[in-house]
Design a protein around this ligand. Structure first.
Ligand SMILES: *Cc1c(COP(=O)(O)O)cnc(C)c1O
Length: 350
């Protein structure tokens, strides 16, 4: 039994660093609903500048950031094109439909997280026919969570942006982990974000802040998004206390994501050594490792056996298991994880 759990369920389990705690304790604050919290204002300016947009809005969660984006871009009855594996479609409780009467037009994600241009082309209703809803928005996700942390390239994003311009559509980027994508590609994050009208990214995942995400776009978009955030109850008061940690996250926690990527690759290579596990390590691009089990082994049993031995992974359903590396996981933890997996595959059967 390990002395502490090795928690690979998500990068959301990261704890605030001591620099964040200090910044939080010292944060200058005011009422952010009046726009008077200097620390929130500083975070929003920094975030907008980092992703190359004119304006930004701090939100309590990525889910609220994406929802505010859909509400700010779409009218009631408009369609938003989303991938069938996307977080917005699968894991946000259908918020844009529930709250905004926005219809999702669902198209397949390719295994690499992209949506094929042909599928986009076929999904767009470009007609004045009153039978049809109006297509307004294309949503992309980078990195793509359910596709295994895959990176959408600047070239692909540019091709979707060009298509969207041609059809008079908008593009929203669910960039919960867009800094992981930038670090993996070795490019400035603006190479990815400049192809989208709006981008949401999370401070609370690999960047290790305790709470919060940021939605970025042009001034008029962010004005509409602020109204949406108020509707959702996301207007916070002395939010500088948490925004302070977000500033530390952006300033100090981006470059280290490369370590998480190296650890994820190491984990994938270790797992590939077990004949019971199906995984292609070469497809692991960032901090997410997704694998399945061969020979009818059940994912929930496997995950339960790991848990008994102090290693936590996520059962994603459909036999898929997810492990995510982050600031709380080092190379030694990966070695221990592989040793525990070895025990489990020996013990569970055979
Ligand atoms: C985590 C995540 C979100 C939502 O963020 P929360 O802060 O958990 O609401 C959105 N999109 C993707 C791709 C995510 O991984």
């Amino acid at each position: 039994m390990l002395t502490r759990p090795i928690d690979l369920r998500s990068d959301t389990v990261t704890l605030p660093t001591s620099a964040m705690r200090t910044a939080m304790a010292r944060a200058e604050v005011g009422d952010d609903v009046y726009g008077e919290d200097p620390t929130v204002n500083r975070l929003e300016e920094l975030a907008a500048q980092r992703v190359g947009k004119a304006a930004a809005m701090f939100v309590p969660s990525g889910t609220m950031g994406n929802l505010c984006a859909l509400l700010a871009h779409c009218n009631r009855g408009d369609e938003a094109i989303v991938g069938d594996q996307s977080h917005i479609y699968n894991y946000e409780a259908g918020g844009a439909s529930v709250v905004g009467s926005v219809a999702f037009h669902v198209v397949p994600n390719q295994p690499d997280g992209t949506i094929a241009l042909d599928n986009l082309r076929a999904a767009v209703r470009w007609t004045d026919d009153p039978h049809c809803a109006e297509t307004r928005l294309i949503c992309l996700e980078n990195t793509h969570n359910s596709c295994g942390g895959t990176v959408l390239s600047p070239e692909y994003l540019a091709s979707v942006a060009a298509f969207a311009r041609e059809r008079d559509l908008l593009v929203h980027l669910d960039g919960a982990r867009v800094f992981n994508a930038a670090v993996a590609l070795g490019v400035n994050v603006t190479e990815l974000t400049r192809h989208a009208d709006s981008v949401m990214f999370c401070l609370s995942k690999g960047l290790s802040a305790p709470v919060g995400s940021v939605l970025c776009g042009d001034e008029a978009f962010i004005r509409r998004a602020r109204r949406a955030r108020k509707v959702l109850g996301g207007g916070m008061r002395q939010a500088g206390v948490i925004a302070a940690a977000g500033i530390v996250a952006l300033e100090t926690m981006v470059d280290r994501l490369a370590e998480d990527h190296a650890n994820a690759r190491m984990l994938a290579e270790g797992l590939a050594g077990f004949p019971q596990i199906a995984i292609e390590p070469a497809r692991v691009q960032t901090n997410i490792v997704i694998f399945t089990l061969r020979d009818g082994w059940s994912a929930d049993t496997f995950v339960a056996h790991l848990r008994e031995r102090g290693v936590l992974m996520g059962d994603m359903g459909s036999g898929r298991i997810r492990a995510v590396t982050h600031d709380g996981i080092d190379a030694g933890d990966i070695a221990e994880t592989i040793a525990v997996v070895a025990e489990v595959v020996r013990g569970v059967r055979g």
